[in-house]
Structure formats: structure tokens, C-alpha cells
Design a protein around this ligand. Structure first.
Ligand code: SAM
Length: 239
């Protein structure tokens, strides 16, 4: 991956950034996403926020090498502290981290989100943490994507302001993804089901205890929920 050739994962994130956006990419590492979009004239301005010095310096280097000074700025900051009021940021992207970490960055930096109208988030795991945060904080999903790259499956969540109510299953699987069930979605959850089934089979051999029984019941519930969603998808395909 480089500034001219994004990974498919980051291309999917890029595709949801509106034309002419003022973008803050938080946890930007090499700043490939904002730099790529700026080179193509897709964003008005970009901020590459990084909490760690090494990645921040990589972001600086990308910006210098691409001659994007004045268009993209790297900032060493924790989470949304990279955003200043005068920036006029309208879009925030956070990619390549776990869902709970992304949700905590959003929660800790709520004040910096005042002028922001769109969030494009790409959790590597536990996307449900972001959907729960969204519901509790006046954001709603307007689109969801899922893709496979190098054997890993990634979700992309696009949020705008608004109220939404999602049930447990929609929080876990995604309201759009569980409805459409593209191949990467089915693969992700079939994998997850197989892994839960394997653990459950092994648990049967362990000596019984209240703790084991509770864990087993919880895993069984989790597995049943996956199987139900996948069965609904097959049912929809038949209709
Ligand atoms: N966004 C890039 C991507 O998707 O390819 C880089 C992902 S990299 C795995 C995660 C980056 O987030 C790291 O460079 C890390 O330093 C940064 N990061 C983690 N927590 C952060 C925080 N609270 N604020 C800013 N950056 C953070």
C-alpha cells in the first residue's frame, strides 16, 4: 500500500467520504487515506491525527513527499483532540482498530464532533460496539459495507446524525448487512459459528461446574443467534 495505491479496505473507506469534505482521519498512521484523497482532489482539506510519534512522523513524510503541505496536516494528538474548531471538519474517519477502541475515541472526543455530519468507521473486530455507541449518541447508520482482503474480513460503517433503534441482532450483525448478507458477511459469520461450535464441543469434555455451564449457555446463545441470522438470509434468497 502507498499513497497512490490504497488497500481495498481503505478504498472502501475512501468511497464513503463525500466529495469536497474537510476530513479528519484519526489514527492515520502514514496518512495514506487523506493524502490519497487530496491528490485526487476529492477532499478540500485533510487532517491526519496520530497519537504515536512514529506513525505521526510517517504521516509528515507522506505529506512532504506528495507536496501536500497546506492541504493535509499531520497532528500529534490523542483521538479527536486532533480536531480544532476553526478546521471546519465535517467528516471523521477512523480505520484499522477494534470497534471498542473506535467507540471510546468517539466517546472521549464528543465535543470535537459538533460540526461533524458524517463518520466513516472501519472496525477490524466487534463492530457492534460502534453501533451501540451510535444509538446512544444520536447517530444512525446510513450504509454498511463488508469486504475480504488477504483472508481477513472488514466492515465499514457510515453514520450520519439521526435517531435510530436497532435490536440486539442488528447491533451485532448490522441492519444493512444482515438484510443483504453479501458473500463476505456469510463467510465471516459461518467462520464465527464454526469456531464457537468447536469451542462448545471441547467444553463438553470439561468437568461440569456452574462457571462452565454459564459460559456454555452464553456461547450457545451466541451461536444460535448467528445460525438464525444465516438461516434468515437463506430464506430471503429463496423468496
Ligand atoms: N488508519 C490506518 C489504516 O487503517 O490503515 C492505520 C491503522 S493502524 C493499525 C492504527 C493507528 O491508530 C496506529 O498508528 C495508532 O498509533 C493509532 N491510534 C491508536 N489509538 C489512537 C488514538 N487514541 N488517537 C490517535 N491515533 C490512535
Amino acid at each position: 500500500m502507498n499513497v497512490n495505491k490504497l488497500s481495498e479496505r481503505l478504498q472502501a473507506v475512501a468511497s464513503h467520504i463525500g466529495n469536497d469534505a474537510v476530513l479528519a482521519d484519526i489514527g492515520s498512521d502514514h496518512a495514506y487515506l487523506p493524502a490519497h484523497l487530496a491528490i485526487r482532489g476529492r477532499i478540500r482539506r485533510g487532517i491526519a491525527g496520530e497519537v504515536a510519534k512514529g506513525p505521526y512522523e510517517s504521516a509528515e513524510a507522506t505529506i512532504q513527499e506528495a507536496g501536500l503541505q497546506g492541504k493535509v496536516e499531520a497532528r500529534l494528538a490523542d483521538g479527536l483532540e486532533a480536531i480544532r474548531k476553526e478546521d471546519g471538519v465535517d467528516t471523521v474517519s477512523i480505520a484499522g482498530m477494534g470497534g471498542p477502541l473506535i467507540a471510546s475515541i468517539l466517546e472521549n472526543g464528543k465535543n470535537q464532533l459538533k460540526g461533524v455530519s458524517r463518520l466513516v468507521l472501519q472496525p477490524n473486530i466487534h463492530a457492534g460496539a460502534i453501533r451501540s455507541w451510535a444509538v446512544a449518541n444520536g447517530w444512525r447508520l446510513i450504509e454498511e459495507d463488508i469486504l475480504e482482503e488477504d483472508g481477513k474480513i472488514y466492515e465499514v460503517l457510515v453514520l450520519e446524525r439521526g435517531e435510530a433503534v436497532y435490536n440486539d441482532s442488528q447491533i451485532r450483525f448490522g441492519p444493512f448487512l444482515s438484510e443483504r448478507q453479501p458473500p463476505a458477511f456469510r463467510k465471516k459469520w459461518e467462520r464465527e459459528a464454526a469456531s464457537l461450535q468447536k469451542i462448545l464441543n471441547r467444553m463438553k469434555e470439561a468437568s461440569p461446574s456452574a462457571e462452565r455451564d454459564a459460559k456454555e449457555a452464553e456461547m450457545k446463545r451466541s451461536l444460535d443467534q448467528i445460525l438464525e441470522v444465516l438461516a434468515n438470509g437463506e430464506e430471503n434468497d429463496r423468496q
